[in-house]
Design a protein around this ligand. Structure first.
Ligand SMILES: NC(=O)c1ccc[n+]([C@@H]2O[C@H](COP(=O)([O-])OP(=O)(O)OC[C@H]3O[C@@H](n4cnc5c(N)ncnc54)[C@H](OP(=O)(O)O)[C@@H]3O)[C@@H](O)[C@H]2O)c1
Length: 332
Protein backbone atom coordinates (compact mmCIF):
# COMPACT_ATOMS: atom_id res chain seq x y z
CA UNK A 1 0.00 0.00 0.00
CA UNK A 2 1.20 3.52 -0.78
CA UNK A 3 2.02 5.77 2.11
CA UNK A 4 2.76 9.45 2.74
CA UNK A 5 4.64 11.42 5.36
CA UNK A 6 3.64 14.71 6.91
CA UNK A 7 6.00 16.99 8.85
CA UNK A 8 4.43 18.72 11.84
CA UNK A 9 5.69 21.06 14.52
CA UNK A 10 4.09 22.60 17.61
CA UNK A 11 2.37 25.95 17.03
CA UNK A 12 2.28 26.60 20.78
CA UNK A 13 4.01 24.96 23.75
CA UNK A 14 0.63 23.49 24.77
CA UNK A 15 0.61 21.40 21.55
CA UNK A 16 3.49 19.37 22.98
CA UNK A 17 1.23 18.20 25.82
CA UNK A 18 -1.25 16.70 23.36
CA UNK A 19 1.49 14.48 21.98
CA UNK A 20 3.21 13.73 25.28
CA UNK A 21 1.24 14.36 28.51
CA UNK A 22 4.26 13.83 30.75
CA UNK A 23 5.77 17.08 29.42
CA UNK A 24 3.20 19.00 31.50
CA UNK A 25 5.54 18.72 34.46
CA UNK A 26 8.20 20.79 32.66
CA UNK A 27 8.12 24.59 32.93
CA UNK A 28 7.18 26.06 29.48
CA UNK A 29 10.26 28.29 29.41
CA UNK A 30 12.53 25.30 29.85
CA UNK A 31 10.61 23.32 27.20
CA UNK A 32 10.94 26.15 24.71
CA UNK A 33 14.72 26.29 25.20
CA UNK A 34 15.10 22.51 25.14
CA UNK A 35 13.01 22.00 22.00
CA UNK A 36 15.69 22.98 19.51
CA UNK A 37 17.94 20.18 20.79
CA UNK A 38 15.36 17.44 20.15
CA UNK A 39 15.92 15.73 16.79
CA UNK A 40 12.97 14.98 14.48
CA UNK A 41 11.16 11.72 15.16
CA UNK A 42 8.17 9.68 14.03
CA UNK A 43 5.15 10.74 16.09
CA UNK A 44 2.38 8.45 14.85
CA UNK A 45 1.04 6.20 12.13
CA UNK A 46 -2.00 7.52 10.24
CA UNK A 47 -4.52 4.92 9.11
CA UNK A 48 -7.20 5.73 6.57
CA UNK A 49 -9.95 3.16 6.13
CA UNK A 50 -12.85 2.97 3.74
CA UNK A 51 -15.55 0.37 4.52
CA UNK A 52 -13.22 -1.07 7.19
CA UNK A 53 -10.45 -1.64 4.62
CA UNK A 54 -7.20 0.31 4.90
CA UNK A 55 -6.76 2.37 1.73
CA UNK A 56 -3.88 4.64 2.69
CA UNK A 57 -1.26 4.91 5.41
CA UNK A 58 0.70 7.93 6.56
CA UNK A 59 3.18 9.01 9.20
CA UNK A 60 3.39 12.21 11.21
CA UNK A 61 7.03 13.17 11.65
CA UNK A 62 7.65 15.76 14.35
CA UNK A 63 10.07 18.62 13.78
CA UNK A 64 10.29 20.02 17.30
CA UNK A 65 10.51 23.77 16.75
CA UNK A 66 8.02 26.58 17.42
CA UNK A 67 7.02 28.93 14.53
CA UNK A 68 9.12 31.81 15.86
CA UNK A 69 12.12 29.47 16.23
CA UNK A 70 11.73 28.31 12.62
CA UNK A 71 11.84 31.97 11.55
CA UNK A 72 14.58 33.16 13.93
CA UNK A 73 17.10 30.35 14.46
CA UNK A 74 20.08 29.83 12.21
CA UNK A 75 18.66 29.02 8.73
CA UNK A 76 21.00 26.07 8.09
CA UNK A 77 20.17 24.31 11.34
CA UNK A 78 16.42 24.80 10.78
CA UNK A 79 16.61 23.53 7.20
CA UNK A 80 18.85 20.67 8.34
CA UNK A 81 16.24 19.61 10.89
CA UNK A 82 13.39 19.72 8.35
CA UNK A 83 15.47 17.74 5.82
CA UNK A 84 16.22 15.17 8.53
CA UNK A 85 12.47 14.89 9.24
CA UNK A 86 11.75 14.27 5.54
CA UNK A 87 14.51 11.63 5.46
CA UNK A 88 12.88 9.80 8.39
CA UNK A 89 9.70 9.64 6.27
CA UNK A 90 11.76 8.46 3.30
CA UNK A 91 13.16 5.62 5.39
CA UNK A 92 9.60 4.57 6.26
CA UNK A 93 9.05 4.08 2.53
CA UNK A 94 6.65 6.94 1.85
CA UNK A 95 6.12 8.13 -1.71
CA UNK A 96 5.34 11.79 -0.91
CA UNK A 97 5.85 14.15 2.04
CA UNK A 98 3.76 17.15 3.05
CA UNK A 99 5.49 20.05 4.76
CA UNK A 100 3.23 21.29 7.55
CA UNK A 101 3.00 24.73 9.15
CA UNK A 102 6.15 26.83 9.03
CA UNK A 103 8.29 23.98 7.61
CA UNK A 104 7.02 25.00 4.17
CA UNK A 105 7.53 28.73 4.75
CA UNK A 106 11.33 28.58 5.14
CA UNK A 107 13.71 27.22 2.50
CA UNK A 108 12.17 29.19 -0.35
CA UNK A 109 8.71 27.70 0.29
CA UNK A 110 9.80 24.06 0.15
CA UNK A 111 12.07 24.37 -2.91
CA UNK A 112 15.29 23.94 -0.91
CA UNK A 113 13.89 20.94 0.95
CA UNK A 114 12.89 19.33 -2.36
CA UNK A 115 16.42 19.85 -3.70
CA UNK A 116 17.93 18.03 -0.74
CA UNK A 117 15.65 15.00 -0.52
CA UNK A 118 14.75 12.15 -2.87
CA UNK A 119 11.05 11.90 -2.13
CA UNK A 120 8.67 14.51 -3.67
CA UNK A 121 7.44 17.17 -1.23
CA UNK A 122 4.44 19.50 -1.23
CA UNK A 123 3.43 22.45 0.95
CA UNK A 124 -0.31 21.79 0.71
CA UNK A 125 -0.79 25.44 -0.18
CA UNK A 126 -2.82 24.87 -3.37
CA UNK A 127 -5.52 22.94 -1.55
CA UNK A 128 -5.38 25.42 1.33
CA UNK A 129 -5.96 28.34 -1.06
CA UNK A 130 -8.72 26.35 -2.79
CA UNK A 131 -10.44 25.68 0.55
CA UNK A 132 -10.38 29.37 1.48
CA UNK A 133 -11.81 30.45 -1.88
CA UNK A 134 -14.46 27.71 -1.90
CA UNK A 135 -15.67 28.72 1.56
CA UNK A 136 -15.80 32.39 0.60
CA UNK A 137 -17.64 31.75 -2.69
CA UNK A 138 -20.16 29.46 -0.95
CA UNK A 139 -20.81 31.91 1.86
CA UNK A 140 -21.14 34.84 -0.54
CA UNK A 141 -23.69 32.82 -2.51
CA UNK A 142 -25.67 31.93 0.62
CA UNK A 143 -25.75 35.56 1.70
CA UNK A 144 -27.37 37.09 -1.34
CA UNK A 145 -26.35 40.57 -0.32
CA UNK A 146 -22.68 39.68 -0.80
CA UNK A 147 -22.46 40.24 -4.51
CA UNK A 148 -18.84 39.53 -5.46
CA UNK A 149 -19.14 41.62 -8.60
CA UNK A 150 -19.48 44.69 -6.35
CA UNK A 151 -17.07 43.64 -3.62
CA UNK A 152 -13.68 44.85 -2.48
CA UNK A 153 -11.35 42.07 -1.37
CA UNK A 154 -8.27 42.47 0.83
CA UNK A 155 -5.52 39.85 1.09
CA UNK A 156 -3.28 40.23 4.12
CA UNK A 157 -0.07 38.36 3.30
CA UNK A 158 -0.69 38.69 -0.45
CA UNK A 159 3.00 38.36 -1.31
CA UNK A 160 3.07 34.80 0.01
CA UNK A 161 2.32 31.40 -1.43
CA UNK A 162 -1.35 31.09 -0.35
CA UNK A 163 -2.04 34.83 -0.50
CA UNK A 164 -0.82 35.29 -4.07
CA UNK A 165 -2.76 32.25 -5.28
CA UNK A 166 -5.96 33.54 -3.65
CA UNK A 167 -5.38 37.02 -5.10
CA UNK A 168 -4.84 35.72 -8.64
CA UNK A 169 -8.07 33.70 -8.54
CA UNK A 170 -10.22 36.28 -6.73
CA UNK A 171 -9.22 38.92 -9.27
CA UNK A 172 -11.48 37.16 -11.79
CA UNK A 173 -14.49 37.76 -9.54
CA UNK A 174 -14.12 41.09 -7.74
CA UNK A 175 -13.66 44.56 -9.25
CA UNK A 176 -11.26 45.79 -6.56
CA UNK A 177 -8.54 43.99 -4.67
CA UNK A 178 -6.18 45.30 -1.99
CA UNK A 179 -2.83 43.53 -1.59
CA UNK A 180 -0.97 43.78 1.70
CA UNK A 181 2.41 42.51 2.91
CA UNK A 182 5.23 44.24 4.74
CA UNK A 183 7.52 44.27 1.68
CA UNK A 184 6.27 46.00 -1.44
CA UNK A 185 8.40 44.41 -4.21
CA UNK A 186 6.54 41.10 -4.45
CA UNK A 187 3.23 42.90 -4.45
CA UNK A 188 4.31 45.02 -7.43
CA UNK A 189 5.10 41.83 -9.38
CA UNK A 190 1.78 40.27 -8.36
CA UNK A 191 -0.11 43.41 -9.34
CA UNK A 192 1.48 43.29 -12.80
CA UNK A 193 0.57 39.63 -13.19
CA UNK A 194 -3.05 40.17 -12.13
CA UNK A 195 -3.44 43.28 -14.27
CA UNK A 196 -2.20 41.34 -17.30
CA UNK A 197 -5.27 39.07 -17.21
CA UNK A 198 -7.85 41.24 -15.47
CA UNK A 199 -9.29 44.72 -15.41
CA UNK A 200 -9.61 44.51 -11.62
CA UNK A 201 -8.44 47.60 -9.79
CA UNK A 202 -5.39 46.36 -7.82
CA UNK A 203 -4.27 48.48 -4.89
CA UNK A 204 -1.09 47.97 -2.86
CA UNK A 205 -1.52 48.95 0.78
CA UNK A 206 1.23 48.47 3.35
CA UNK A 207 -1.01 48.97 6.36
CA UNK A 208 -3.19 45.91 6.99
CA UNK A 209 -5.39 47.84 9.45
CA UNK A 210 -6.29 50.35 6.76
CA UNK A 211 -6.75 47.60 4.14
CA UNK A 212 -9.38 45.67 6.10
CA UNK A 213 -11.49 48.72 6.99
CA UNK A 214 -13.04 48.96 3.54
CA UNK A 215 -13.01 45.31 2.44
CA UNK A 216 -16.11 43.11 2.04
CA UNK A 217 -13.97 39.99 1.72
CA UNK A 218 -10.77 39.55 3.75
CA UNK A 219 -8.27 36.69 3.56
CA UNK A 220 -5.61 36.72 6.28
CA UNK A 221 -2.67 34.45 5.49
CA UNK A 222 0.61 35.74 6.88
CA UNK A 223 3.76 34.20 8.29
CA UNK A 224 3.62 36.31 11.45
CA UNK A 225 2.97 33.82 14.26
CA UNK A 226 0.72 36.09 16.33
CA UNK A 227 -2.49 38.14 16.15
CA UNK A 228 -2.08 41.25 14.00
CA UNK A 229 -5.77 42.20 13.59
CA UNK A 230 -8.76 42.34 15.92
CA UNK A 231 -12.37 41.52 15.04
CA UNK A 232 -13.62 45.09 15.47
CA UNK A 233 -11.35 46.43 12.71
CA UNK A 234 -13.32 44.84 9.86
CA UNK A 235 -16.13 46.42 7.86
CA UNK A 236 -19.59 45.46 9.17
CA UNK A 237 -20.88 42.36 7.38
CA UNK A 238 -17.48 41.43 5.91
CA UNK A 239 -16.61 37.79 5.24
CA UNK A 240 -13.28 37.26 7.00
CA UNK A 241 -11.19 34.11 6.61
CA UNK A 242 -8.11 33.66 8.78
CA UNK A 243 -6.16 30.70 7.44
CA UNK A 244 -2.96 31.53 9.32
CA UNK A 245 -1.61 29.04 11.83
CA UNK A 246 -1.08 30.37 14.49
CA UNK A 247 -4.11 32.62 14.03
CA UNK A 248 -3.63 36.24 12.99
CA UNK A 249 -7.09 37.54 13.93
CA UNK A 250 -8.00 38.00 17.56
CA UNK A 251 -11.78 37.80 17.94
CA UNK A 252 -13.33 39.51 20.91
CA UNK A 253 -16.87 39.29 22.25
CA UNK A 254 -19.49 40.64 19.88
CA UNK A 255 -17.40 40.16 16.75
CA UNK A 256 -19.57 37.24 15.65
CA UNK A 257 -22.47 39.66 15.13
CA UNK A 258 -20.37 42.21 13.34
CA UNK A 259 -18.68 40.03 10.69
CA UNK A 260 -18.90 36.55 9.18
CA UNK A 261 -15.73 34.92 10.43
CA UNK A 262 -14.36 31.58 9.36
CA UNK A 263 -11.25 29.67 10.28
CA UNK A 264 -10.02 28.60 6.86
CA UNK A 265 -8.20 25.52 5.72
CA UNK A 266 -10.14 22.74 7.44
CA UNK A 267 -11.28 19.67 5.49
CA UNK A 268 -13.65 16.81 6.31
CA UNK A 269 -12.39 13.47 4.95
CA UNK A 270 -15.11 10.99 3.88
CA UNK A 271 -13.17 8.03 5.28
CA UNK A 272 -12.39 6.74 8.74
CA UNK A 273 -9.20 8.58 9.65
CA UNK A 274 -7.09 7.57 12.63
CA UNK A 275 -4.32 10.15 12.98
CA UNK A 276 -2.77 8.48 16.00
CA UNK A 277 -2.61 11.86 17.79
CA UNK A 278 -4.96 14.71 18.64
CA UNK A 279 -4.41 17.63 16.27
CA UNK A 280 -7.16 19.67 17.90
CA UNK A 281 -9.83 19.04 15.24
CA UNK A 282 -12.96 16.85 15.33
CA UNK A 283 -12.80 13.26 14.06
CA UNK A 284 -12.13 12.88 10.31
CA UNK A 285 -11.16 16.55 9.93
CA UNK A 286 -7.67 17.67 9.01
CA UNK A 287 -5.93 20.84 7.89
CA UNK A 288 -5.97 21.43 4.15
CA UNK A 289 -2.19 20.96 3.85
CA UNK A 290 -2.53 17.44 5.26
CA UNK A 291 -5.57 16.82 3.04
CA UNK A 292 -3.58 17.84 -0.08
CA UNK A 293 -0.87 15.31 0.77
CA UNK A 294 -3.56 12.63 1.26
CA UNK A 295 -5.22 13.51 -2.06
CA UNK A 296 -1.94 13.31 -3.96
CA UNK A 297 -1.12 9.95 -2.35
CA UNK A 298 -4.60 8.59 -3.17
CA UNK A 299 -4.14 9.79 -6.74
CA UNK A 300 -0.64 8.28 -6.87
CA UNK A 301 0.61 11.68 -7.97
CA UNK A 302 4.01 11.43 -6.39
CA UNK A 303 5.33 14.82 -7.48
CA UNK A 304 6.34 18.15 -5.94
CA UNK A 305 2.88 19.65 -6.37
CA UNK A 306 2.77 22.93 -4.41
CA UNK A 307 6.14 24.55 -3.98
CA UNK A 308 7.60 28.05 -4.17
CA UNK A 309 5.98 31.44 -3.97
CA UNK A 310 4.28 31.55 -7.30
CA UNK A 311 2.05 28.50 -7.62
CA UNK A 312 0.26 28.23 -10.95
CA UNK A 313 -3.40 29.25 -10.60
CA UNK A 314 -4.42 26.32 -12.85
CA UNK A 315 -3.48 23.94 -10.01
CA UNK A 316 -6.53 25.19 -8.10
CA UNK A 317 -8.76 23.48 -10.68
CA UNK A 318 -6.72 20.29 -10.40
CA UNK A 319 -7.16 20.06 -6.62
CA UNK A 320 -10.82 21.05 -6.94
CA UNK A 321 -11.41 18.13 -9.28
CA UNK A 322 -9.54 15.65 -7.04
CA UNK A 323 -11.30 16.95 -3.93
CA UNK A 324 -14.76 16.53 -5.47
CA UNK A 325 -13.97 13.09 -6.85
CA UNK A 326 -12.82 11.77 -3.44
CA UNK A 327 -15.65 13.54 -1.58
CA UNK A 328 -13.35 15.75 0.53
CA UNK A 329 -15.39 18.65 1.97
CA UNK A 330 -14.35 22.15 2.96
CA UNK A 331 -15.54 22.94 6.49
CA UNK A 332 -16.72 26.46 7.36
N1 LIG B 1 -4.90 25.73 7.51
C1 LIG B 1 -3.98 25.13 6.76
O1 LIG B 1 -4.14 23.99 6.36
C2 LIG B 1 -2.72 25.86 6.37
C3 LIG B 1 -1.94 25.27 5.36
C4 LIG B 1 -0.77 25.92 4.98
C5 LIG B 1 -0.41 27.11 5.59
N2 LIG B 1 -1.19 27.65 6.57
C6 LIG B 1 -0.81 28.93 7.21
O2 LIG B 1 -1.00 29.97 6.26
C7 LIG B 1 -0.11 31.06 6.53
C8 LIG B 1 0.58 31.52 5.24
O3 LIG B 1 1.35 30.47 4.69
P1 LIG B 1 2.19 30.70 3.35
O4 LIG B 1 2.84 29.42 3.03
O5 LIG B 1 1.37 31.37 2.31
O6 LIG B 1 3.31 31.72 3.88
P2 LIG B 1 4.27 32.69 3.03
O7 LIG B 1 4.41 32.19 1.66
O8 LIG B 1 5.48 32.90 3.85
O9 LIG B 1 3.44 34.05 2.98
C9 LIG B 1 3.20 34.84 4.08
C10 LIG B 1 3.06 36.27 3.63
O10 LIG B 1 2.71 37.07 4.76
C11 LIG B 1 3.43 38.30 4.69
N3 LIG B 1 3.47 38.82 6.06
C12 LIG B 1 4.18 38.35 7.09
N4 LIG B 1 3.90 39.06 8.19
C13 LIG B 1 3.00 40.01 7.83
C14 LIG B 1 2.33 41.04 8.53
N5 LIG B 1 2.55 41.25 9.84
N6 LIG B 1 1.45 41.83 7.85
C15 LIG B 1 1.22 41.62 6.53
N7 LIG B 1 1.82 40.66 5.82
C16 LIG B 1 2.71 39.85 6.47
C17 LIG B 1 4.77 37.92 4.07
O11 LIG B 1 5.39 38.98 3.37
P3 LIG B 1 6.26 40.10 4.10
O12 LIG B 1 7.33 39.36 4.83
O13 LIG B 1 6.72 40.94 2.97
O14 LIG B 1 5.31 40.81 4.99
C18 LIG B 1 4.33 36.88 3.04
O15 LIG B 1 4.00 37.50 1.84
C19 LIG B 1 0.82 30.54 7.62
O16 LIG B 1 0.37 31.01 8.87
C20 LIG B 1 0.66 29.03 7.55
O17 LIG B 1 0.94 28.39 8.78
C21 LIG B 1 -2.35 27.05 6.96
Amino acid sequence: MDSFGFIIHPLYIRDLFRVNKILRICPPRFLKKFLKYIPPYKISTIKINSSKKEILRGYFIGCPLLPQQILDLDKDSVLGKIILAVRIAEKLGVKIVGLGGFTSIVGNKGLLIAKNTRVPVTSGNTYTAYSVLKAIFDIAKQREKKDLSQATAAIIGAGGSIGSLCAKKLAYYVPRIILTSRRREKLEVLKKEISHFNSTNVIIEKDSHRAVKEADIVIVTTSTPEAILTGDEFKKGAIVCDVSLPENVCLEKGTERHIFFLKGGIIRIPFDVDLGIDIGLPKNMVFACIAETMLLALEKRFECFSLGDNIDVGKLDEVAEMSTRYGFEVVY
